[in-house]
Ligand binder design. Structure first.
Ligand SMILES: Nc1ncnc2c1ncn2[C@@H]1O[C@H](COP(=O)(O)OP(=O)(O)OP(=O)(O)O)[C@@H](O)[C@H]1O
Ligand SMILES: [Mg+2]
Length: 233
């Protein structure tokens, strides 16, 4: 059974079909890519999955259960975590506190988990630094591990590598692979084809809100429709 199944999902803004009858399915323990030119609907599709945008049509199933129509916090609690294209850290909280803000339950357990996650992306030495003083790439890593505090089984990453330097990027890619090895499912929006090629087993391509291709990254790169979408106008 698919972890996530998107079935004919559409979302319009006025006359614009931001997402147009998109269907796709994700299996557990794999890393998927979502690519497409600017404005092709990638972030809107994430918003339809996580409940931030209410879809106009179609169904979203998580572990076989309909989640379209649920409030974002309920979808998050079911085990879907996401990052945002524009990083959202609290600049006046420390790196550690940025992770603790999303916790419920025992503080001691949360702190242990937060420190473990900061270590996971090699930021434990900066745990008491204000997030606002961290580099852009470090802030993105903090946001990434904050998503992991609630142990989601499906993780949606919206351009996690954009603006991240090479060293931090390697830490991030390594962390994503380890999540996959733990059985988690990852769907990431990414413009850097090298990152997509190195990480993803299957890639979905959007153009004007429609899915125009799906397959292994090597084939996708050579696909006529994909090349046309990126370079043909
Ligand atoms: N809240 C909104 N109100 C009106 N139009 C929107 C809204 N959100 C997205 N759109 C439009 O929907 C389309 C898809 O936008 P979206 O942000 O999903 O694209 P994207 O693929 O994530 O682009 P990018 O690569 O630039 O991040 C665009 O035409 C955009 O202008
Ligand atoms: Mg976007």
């Amino acid at each position: 059974m698919a972890v996530l199944e998107i079935d004919g999902v559409s979302k319009h803004f006025g006359g614009v079909a931001a997402v147009n009858r998109v269907s796709l399915a994700l299996e557990a323990g794999r890393i998927y890519g979502l690519i497409g030119p600017n404005g092709s609907g990638k972030t809107t599709l994430f918003n339809c999955i996580t409940g931030l945008d209410r879809r106009d049509a179609g169904r979203v199933l998580f572990n076989g259960e309909r989640i379209d129509g649920l409030a974002p916090y309920r979808i998050a609690r079911k085990g879907i975590g996401r990052t945002f294209q524009v990083t959202r850290v609290f600049p006046e909280l420390t790196a550690l506190e940025n992770l603790l803000v999303v916790t419920r339950g025992s503080v001691g357990d949360a702190e242990r988990r937060a420190l473990e996650l900061l270590r996971f992306v090699r930021l434990e030495g900066l745990r008491n630094e204000f997030a606002g003083n961290l580099s852009y790439g470090q802030q993105k890593l903090v946001e990434f591990v904050r998503v992991l505090m609630r142990e989601p089984s499906l993780i949606l990453l919206d351009e996690p590598a954009a603006g991240v330097n090479r060293t931090l990027l390697n830490d991030l890619l390594e962390a994503v692979r380890r999540l996959r090895d733990e059985g988690k499912t990852v769907l990431l929006v990414e413009h850097d084809m090298k990152v997509v090629m190195g990480l993803c087993e299957t890639v979905f391509v959007l153009d004007y809100g429609e899915k125009i291709a799906e397959g292994p990254p090597g084939l996708i790169q050579a696909d006529e429709r994909v090349i046309e979408a990126y370079f043909g106008r």
